[in-house]
Design a protein around this ligand. Sequence first.
Ligand code: SF4
Length: 363
Amino acid sequence: MKFVDEYRSGESVGEYCRALAEITTQPWTIMEICGGQTHSIVKHGIQEMIPPELTLLHGPGCPVCVTPMELIDHAVHIASLSNVIFCSFGDMLRVPGSEKDLFSVKAKGGDVRIVLSPMEALEIAKEFPEKEVVFFAIGFETTAPANAMAIHQARQENLKNISFLVSQVIVPPAMRTILEFPDNRVQGFLAAGHVCTIMGTQEYEPLAREFQIPIVVTGFEPLDIVQGIYMCVRQLEAGCAQVENQYSRAVKKEGNLAAQKLIEEVFQIVPQKWRGVGEIAQSGLGLKNSYSAFDASTRFLLESRRCEIDSPCISGEVLMGIKKPDECTAFGTSCTPDSPFGATMVSSEGACSAYFRYKRVAP
Ligand code: SF4
């Protein structure tokens, strides 16, 4: 398949690994932002193929993983109400809240439905006008246009029985937080290609300049990843700190302007809590006042509260690249995909899940 097969070629990956070995003269630490990239790295054994001087850290780019526990508790509360149809992407159902997950609500008879897009929730709202339909609108910049479209459409169609529980996060403020950690180890980033198809590459330039760090927008196939690492190391070795685009077959510098316009129409920048990390300034998208009628948190009068549970889970440190999943004492023993403590083990994009599926050493 064009644009896929050639990016899975073992021969081309091998060539880039050899080229990397030729240009690497010292240790460098690079973080891939997206969970999809993490899975590709772990699944294809890329860390083991590149020169041993290069360390890859796994970043926070898994939307399921960073959705705060408080929001899961709110979702569980709403989904348990008798007149509600709660619609969500499937990955969210097993993410643990402080006491329950959405799956347990569904198992007890709650009307929790897995949908593939927010527009499906609109259709359900039209089909069941006597019910309150709620869509769990989570994700990074990649899901924001579809969520914005659904909210905009709901207003256009004057739908009164649908609302959205919003937990939209944006990438650059999280990168800034990582770089501002006193013990930050990240010297270069592989930025998430799909986020940049929406937002373009320009918003990374201030970060590259301020922190003097190379940022390479990278795709998700094995060749994309090793090319991205090569471009990043080439900059590091030359003392450069620029934004480069490895994923030019999908990403334009300006991004998708129509999608950005839709996001701006519906959302505004807000502070946002990240699971295991805490609040990051200006790192979320909340509904604008003109769309507040569709805000599930006001419609269901949800109150903000602290959710803390006693758990060995270090997913916050995993998401920020401070620790790797196999440094967690619960990894693969008390915490497994069948019995997960943290969202990074639940999500198909989570780093702990990737290590469990592809990297676990049999006891
Ligand atoms: S292995 Fe489980 S407990 Fe440990 S960090 Fe990952 S999700 Fe949390």
